[in-house]
Design a protein around this ligand. Sequence first.
Ligand code: MN
Length: 291
Amino acid sequence: MQVVCFDEGKVGVIDGDRVRDISAVIGGRWRGTPHAMNELIRSWDAVAADVRTLSETGPSVALAQARLTAPLPSPRHLFAAPLNYRTHVAEMVGSRHAPPALRPNQTSRNLGFFLKAPGSICGPLDAVELPSLPTREFHHEVELGVVIGREARGIAVDDAHEYIFGYVCLLDITMRTDGDRQEERVMRKSFETFTPIGPWIVTTDEIPDSGALDLRLWVNEELRQSANTRDLIVPVDDLVSSASHVVSLSPGDIYATGTPDGVGPIVVGDTIRASIESVGELQLPVVQRSW
Ligand code: MN
């Protein structure tokens, strides 16, 4: 199932070329709010029968007419893996953008996660907005996003799949500068619109193996990144388990699983297109921030 947010606060399911409105299953307190999708995910098992009915017979609009917004605008946590593909570690070590202390043996395996500000999230019809900082570069990173399905505390790797609701195509836009005068990573990756997600969340039943998905990214039709999630250093289930030993995970939390090699600059006027097999495709223009 492909689950979306659309038309200011509605939640829906893709049905061919239409969007079925399933907002009626959301508890009244959360319906129409930025937390509607979190509540849908939290109550998913309890409302499954109603979702199934509405996904076939609910009120619908043409997908082309629906204003799709970020499918999860308000996760409690937005985790991210720092160095989770060997090829990306290799391109960063020795790069002028690398912090001086970066070594090839540093990966997400020993570094764990960092956080991005949830306020950096934007949706499939938005634009990546670059702030006016002439001495800085802004880089694209395509990543598989994992969406947590239920409260998870201290869970085992073998059980982690039971706590995953689905997957989302995600961009981790990053400000970079020379290694010895870098700002905090959290800030460099937290500018508003620096985490585009969507256009929908795909539920796990449609993804038999999260470790066998092609992911690609183009800038202006030039292929910049191309890899497969089988090359993740720390696989999805390990990431989820490890994070759950640090803090309780909540339904609707997102984990950006890291980017492969090929990261590079984007500038105003570019168009970024990212695609993850069986998950979804995002295309956004890069514009100058207006504020
Ligand atoms: Mn990243």
